[in-house]
Design a protein around this ligand. Structure first.
Ligand code: ATP
Length: 681
């Protein structure tokens, strides 16, 4: 078995190395291009106006920056919530040393850094890692640029290393996962007796999945097609395991996945929960579960709470002080206070973490130093099919039992390396017999942990949920038939619901139908490469890769027209999502829909796990060669068409998108048969 583990680890290392290469490429660009050049590539925003600095959770500050010209939009960029950034002063301005102390002197050499907590059309908020004193010297303006990080890759490599050279007795889990043992189960009935379910709403399949997961001694899988309540089921699994006295590490492949489950657990009283991670990456309702927030709450009314308040008063006073000596004296007091508070916070934080029965983190976060010495009885991973296997092992090495939930027919893990993307495509084509390429080792390299275990043990370890609580039956039909053997059935409460059933929505031909198809074939709606400022990179002396995306301007206008139709019928914009597989189209749509408040506009990949009453999907591709790029990944298209509850409007060139994708061919055929066909006007 050790041989198999080391072969697996070396394959995974290859994948990780290629991803790291991509991070290195970005780092090279960040170090060698001017900030305005980086802005053209989407890696920076230049000359922003400082709109304000306010206190944030855990004693940090949040800096709000606005577009250079009042009332204008930010240019296109790759920045999003959770992006790590660096502040850059006006040309020639050096970062100001933070006064006093050796620590300050070392930090002064580094530019101020932080994490984006919110980005809109015209502003960006950054939670800063340390005091923003330097901003004053910059005259109320600064730029932000992306920081390259390969922490996740480092942690994957560390996990593979630990797995390969495991100290002590290997858990049976490792034997089972690498084909040296069979999965074992206790009695399902004994695991959860009939009357012992805590959530009465669970359907029979969900109950069976809970039993399977609780009874498993080493590994169990819950396969949840869209809207079938896989997270709903996991919450019950967690409650049952807690009732058995287990300590749990609950992870998700993304912050969104973790917060989704955290929010639901927080509604149940009596569970000692902690959410780890940077506050900028955590949604508002979940922030109070973070270590920092829990420590601050516990300090309220205590001498330490008083010190925090004192620090806040001193901070304000230091800002107002005109005399440099007086200001320095206040700052010296602040440093002493901060040291005391930090020492206490670190100790109290450890206690909060140690006392938690459920620790929630991303897979990457599970490898943080804070969790180094923590042992768990069970690791649970939601959205496990969105993570590389090496990433799952960051968490999985921390317990002898593992429960995975996911859907291998939805989007696979994001790969940034083009070589990895191509290899994975080839491996999958080979696996499905769609190409005559020779079989490569790629199948194992790119197969997710969920799929690998499901293929090894099938239904013995995996239960598929089949009742979906989201979509009108016509919206779910193609996915159900093509991907889930026709087994995905709509619950009666949603099977025939349409927008017109909502109290505030007027019945029109559009709100009374679950499907609208705007077929742009022959309508002259051509795709184009997104326009970016031209720039010569030859002076860098080595080849670099820069990414560009696609747009379809005419299609974007059709999207706006349909959104306006729905809003005119009384549907609030917050109930609508506009999605597209192409980042360029998303940027264009954001620009065109600026006036429509609360309308969600995003990429298909970013909207996985989300849902809205109505979804408008812009497919973008329209060309004589019938090239469809990454629309050819049926999993992306499956995610795209399964986000809508009552109404899905697809806008695209039927002739182009059909040609090279069986899934899209089936979708267009279905649309032609049952959808309201909206002419291109
Ligand atoms: N047994 C049930 N009875 C009623 N509603 C349910 C039941 N199970 C799930 N739901 C509802 O269905 C919706 C989808 O559930 P959930 O988010 O858990 O599904 P999921 O499988 O994780 O979804 P996704 O497609 O985003 O992966 C939620 O609104 C949830 O409350």
């Amino acid at each position: 078995m050790d041989g198999r583990i080391s072969q697996f680890a070396s394959q995974q290392r290859e994948v990780v190395a290629r991803e790291q290469d991509e991070v290195e490429n970005l780092r090279f660009l960040l170090e060698n291009l001017r900030t305005d050049e980086l802005e053209s590539l989407g890696y920076a925003l230049v000359g922003l106006r400082v709109a304000g600095v306010a206190p944030s959770v855990g004693g940090k500050s949040v800096l709000t920056l606005e577009a250079p010209v009042a009332g204008s939009s930010l240019p296109r960029s790759t920045l999003r919530t959770g992006s790590m950034v660096e502040l850059v002063g006006p040309r020639g301005a050096e970062p100001e040393p933070e006064s006093g102390g050796r620590q300050g002197a070392t930090k002064a050499a580094q530019p101020p850094t932080g994490v984006v907590s919110k980005i809109t059309d015209s502003s960006v908020a950054v939670i800063l890692d340390r005091s923003p004193a330097v901003l004053k010297k910059w005259g109320g303006r600064c730029s932000v640029k992306v920081r390259a990080s390969d922490v996740t890759h480092q942690r994957m490599l560390a996990a593979l290393q630990t797995l390969g050279s495991f100290r002590g007795r290997r858990p049976n889990l490792h034997r089972v996962m690498f084909g040296d043992g069979q999965p074992q189960f206790g009695s399902a009935q004994a695991a959860v007796a009939d009357g012992a379910f805590l959530d009465a709403s669970l359907n029979d399949e969900q109950r069976a999945a809970v039993r399977l997961a609780v009874a498993a001694r080493d590994v169990a899988l819950i396969h949840g097609p869209p809207g079938t309540g896989k997270t709903h089921t996991l919450v019950e699994v967690i409650r049952q395991l807690l009732a058995q006295g287990r300590r749990l590490l609950v992870c998700g492949a993304s912050n969104m996945a973790v917060d989704n489950i955290a929010e639901r657990l927080a509604r149940i009283s009596g569970i000692k929960l902690v959410r780890t991670g940077h506050s900028a990456k955590i949604t508002k309702p979940v922030l109070e579960l973070t270590v920092g927030a829990q420590v601050a709450r516990a300090d309220e009314g205590t001498p330490l709470g008083g010190k925090r308040a004192e620090l806040a008063v001193l901070t304000r006073r230091a800002k107002r002080a005109r005399n440099p000596e007086a200001r320095e004296a206040i700052r010296a007091q602040m440093r002493v206070l901060r040291r005391e508070i930090n020492a206490h916070t670190a100790k109290a934080g450890k206690q909060v973490l140690g006392g938690a029965r459920v620790v929630l983190s991303t897979l990457c976060g599970a490898g943080s130093r804070d969790l180094d010495r923590h042992a768990f009885d069970v690791v649970i991973i939601d959205e496990a099919t969105q993570a590389l296997e090496a990433e799952c092992w960051i968490a999985a090495i921390k317990a002898p039992k593992l429960i995975l939930a996911g859907d291998h027919h939805q989007l696979p893990p994001t790969l940034i390396s083009q070589a990895n993307q191509q290899n994975r495509r080839r491996a999958q084509e080979t696996a499905t017999g769609a190409a005559a390429a020779p079989a490569s080792q790629g199948d194992l390299m790119y197969t997710t942990m969920f799929e690998r275990v499901r293929t090894m043990f099938g239904e013995r370890v995996c239960l598929m949920l089949t009742t979906q609580y989201r979509m009108h039956v016509d919206i779910a039909k193609v996915s159900s038939e093509r991907l889930y053997d026709g087994r995905l059935v709509a619950h009666a409460s949603v099977a025939s619901h349409v927008l017109a059933d909502l109290a505030h929505v007027v019945r029109t031909e559009h709100t009374a139908t679950p499907l609208v198809f705007v077929d742009t074939s022959d309508a002259g709606c051509h795709e184009a490469m997104e326009k970016t400022k031209w720039m010569s990179l030859s002076r860098l002396g080595r080849p670099v890769r820069v990414s560009k995306s696609m747009v379809n301007a005419r299609e974007a206008q059709l999207v706006v027209a349909h959104v306006e139709r729905l809003v005119a019928a009384g549907l609030p914009p917050r109930d609508i999502a506009v999605i597209s597989p192409y980042a360029g189209q998303v940027r264009l749509l954001r620009l065109l829909c600026r006036g429509i408040k609360d309308l969600e506009i995003g990429s298909v990949d970013g909207f996985q796990g989300g849902e809205r009453e109505a979804v408008v999907l812009s497919l973008v591709r329209s060309n004589p060669k019938r090239e469809i790029g990454f629309l050819s990944d049926y999993r992306r298209m499956n995610v795209a068409v399964t986000r809508a509850r009552r109404h899905l409007c697809v806008i695209g060139d039927g002739d182009t998108v059909c040609a090279k994708s069986e899934f899209l061919h089936a979708l267009v055929t279905h649309m032609d048969a049952v959808a309201l066909l909206q002419p291109v006007s």
